[in-house]
Design a protein around this ligand. Structure first.
Ligand code: PEP
Length: 248
């Protein structure tokens, strides 16, 4: 069975009819023997529809965000327990669109990450540098600070379960993916940072690559030693294309 995880981030896209077409195609073609493991992160209103539609498969469901609060007077927020109630096992935390467009800062991301772990959801921490930071050779510094900001607020140990998605901001939605070799270098660096917490944790933590992954570049990216799968945005909205990316 493949160890690679292919995760779909639909962002703010979809409709009931889109979801039902997507599920029909995936549910009738997917099997774990011939495909990598799949995770789908739809917008909140479609979690229930996706979860019911895929209930007879091994495909996992995730959310795109989580409240840092447990429950109560937080209008518009969605709690960890509500996500679990809708069969979510995973949740994206700190996606660059939330950091840059919605102004989410490291301390909020750290609280969301914490809440996910506390409530037995697996957070997928998204990190990555801007084009400008890459040009100034600041990638490692940025990655280090983004991981440290989270790790400082929580007692991580060898048993902690989370995923990191390295998503260079310049690669997201641009059609310009990092080369497999460049992505591998950053993933190796991420593993080195996690090793400072625990060697076992560094070995067990999955590190996904995201940023313009498509049918043409997925195979090579997923073959790199420290790339454990992909977080797919735009290309995950086409069910047959998404399945092709997930094919072993
Ligand atoms: C993303 O938003 O997480 C992403 C990777 O987007 P895209 O695949 O469209 O670059």
């Amino acid at each position: 069975m493949s160890k690679i995880l292919v995760a779909a981030n639909w962002k703010m896209n979809g409709s009931k009819s889109f979801v039902s077409d997507f599920i029909r195609e995936i549910a009738s073609n997917y099997n774990q023997e011939h495909y990598h493991k799949l995770l789908i992160c739809p917008p909140f209103p479609y979690l229930d529809q996706v979860s019911k539609g895929l209930s007879k498969t091994d495909i996992q469901i995730g959310a795109q965000d989580i409240a840092q609060f447990e429950n109560g007077a937080y209008t518009g927020e969605v709690s960890a327990e509500m996500l679990s109630d809708n069969d979510c096992k995973y949740v994206l935390v700190g996606h660059s669109e939330r950091r840059t467009i919605l102004g989410e800062k490291d301390h909020i991301i750290s609280e969301k990450f914490n809440m996910a772990i506390k409530k037995n959801l697996v957070p997928i921490l998204c990190i990555g540098e801007t084009h400008d930071q890459k040009e100034k050779s600041l990638t490692e510094e940025i990655i280090d600070s983004q991981i440290t900001a989270i790790a400082d607020g929580i007692d991580l140990d060898k048993h902690s379960k989370f995923i990191i998605a390295y998503e260079p901001i310049w690669a997201i939605g641009s059609g310009l993916s990092a080369t497999p070799e460049d992505a591998q270098d950053v993933h190796e660096f991420i593993r080195y940072i996690i090793k400072k917490i625990s060697k076992e944790l560094a070995e067990s933590t999955q590190i996904l690559y995201g940023g313009s992954v498509n049918i043409n570049n997925a195979k090579k990216l997923f073959s790199m030693p420290d790339i454990d799968g992909g977080l797919i945005g735009g290309a995950s909205l086409d069910s047959s294309g998404f399945l092709a990316i997930a094919k072993q």
